[in-house]
Design a protein around this ligand. Structure first.
Ligand SMILES: Nc1ncnc2c1ncn2[C@@H]1O[C@H](COP(=O)(O)OP(=O)(O)OP(=O)(O)O)[C@@H](O)[C@H]1O
Ligand SMILES: [Mg+2]
Length: 280
């Protein structure tokens, strides 16, 4: 893999606790993301996954939350940065893709206008340079970049196309880290697998690290190098995807594994086949 060696370098290292009012949501969570890796963050609804993403992006409401600890990203301590410094970082060095593409895009603006805004947020140059960057970005997410397509409004696209437009905006400035928070959860299974393949392709072709957040352990298996399991605000286990699937150590991970629907007669996975044989 082109960027495999860069994975030995730590890109982000977090050790944080977060409380909403008196309610602890993240308890001394320790997480490391290596340069160029895809790290899955898996846990059930309410376990604190989005809170961790928001903490990394500096988007937790300061008045209503209490955050302790540190988040080291490249040469910066994120919890010490001013709002201005964070704004310069968000969308450029760390980008975010959320669950519902059609509600993340502005329905009243053509996608060309929204792509231009995303480019101008962190770059300056002529219209021509902007359009060249936009067309390159659209090509990188396998979308057309002709004027007819760029003149569309979000409602004139499929959900899968809208998610690709959002991903194009997110990767426009070549972030070192992309956070995908349930980015495929609202998609049908075929579109979901196409978008997962796109994330993997972008990771391999650019070396961008991805924090891939999902409640669904099965869906992350195909793209993650490592998986961290979050349970009630604590990381209970972190290991390579193979370790998590073949030898889950924590009781909660074992329960997540047991909850994955299995098709006994057609298991492509040898472990599943032997389980299926044993169950007969
Ligand atoms: N702004 C807030 N004020 C108070 N409590 C909050 C706030 N946001 C989240 N919480 C609480 O923090 C806990 C963690 O929420 P979070 O959204 O991080 O979970 P999650 O793992 O992302 O869940 P999901 O899979 O449903 O997206 C939940 O109990 C939630 O109710
Ligand atoms: Mg969430």
């Amino acid at each position: 893999m082109a960027f495999k060696n860069s994975q030995e370098k730590t890109l982000l290292s977090a050790h944080i606790s977060v409380r909403y009012a008196d309610k602890p949501v993240l308890r001394a969570v320790q997480l490391k993301i290596q340069c160029g890796e895809v790290l899955g963050l898996v846990g059930q609804s309410g376990s604190g996954k989005s809170t961790l993403a928001m903490a990394i992006l500096g988007l937790l409401e300061k008045k209503r939350t209490h955050t302790e600890g540190n988040i080291r990203f490249q040469d910066s301590e994120l919890l010490q940065l001013s709002e201005r410094e964070l704004r310069a970082l968000r969308g450029r060095a760390i980008a975010l893709v959320l669950q519902s593409p059609l509600s993340s895009l502005n329905p009243a603006l053509k996608i060309r206008t929204q792509l231009k805004e995303a480019w101008r947020a962190h770059a300056s140059g002529t219209s021509e340079e902007c359009m060249t960057a936009i067309r390159a970005c659209m090509a990188s997410v396998s979308l057309p970049s002709d004027d007819e397509f760029l003149r569309k409004y979000p409602s004139q696209m499929s959900v899968g196309q809208a998610q690709r437009v959002l991903i194009a905006m997110a990767v426009m400035h070549r972030p070192a880290l992309l956070i995908a928070d349930e980015a495929t959860s609202a998609l049908d299974v075929i579109t979901q697998s196409e978008i997962l393949a796109l994330f993997r392709h972008l990771n391999r072709s650019t070396g961008m690290a991805i924090l891939y957040i999902s409640h669904d352990l099965a869906s992350v298996a195909g793209i993650c190098d490592r998986i961290a399991i979050l349970h009630q605000g604590e990381i209970v286990e972190c290991g390579t995807t193979e370790q998590i699937f073949t030898n889950p150590g924590h009781n909660y991970t074992q329960r997540l594994m047991a909850a994955i629907p299995r098709v006994l007669s057609a298991g492509a996975n040898p472990q599943r086949k032997s389980e299926a044989a044993a169950a007969r």
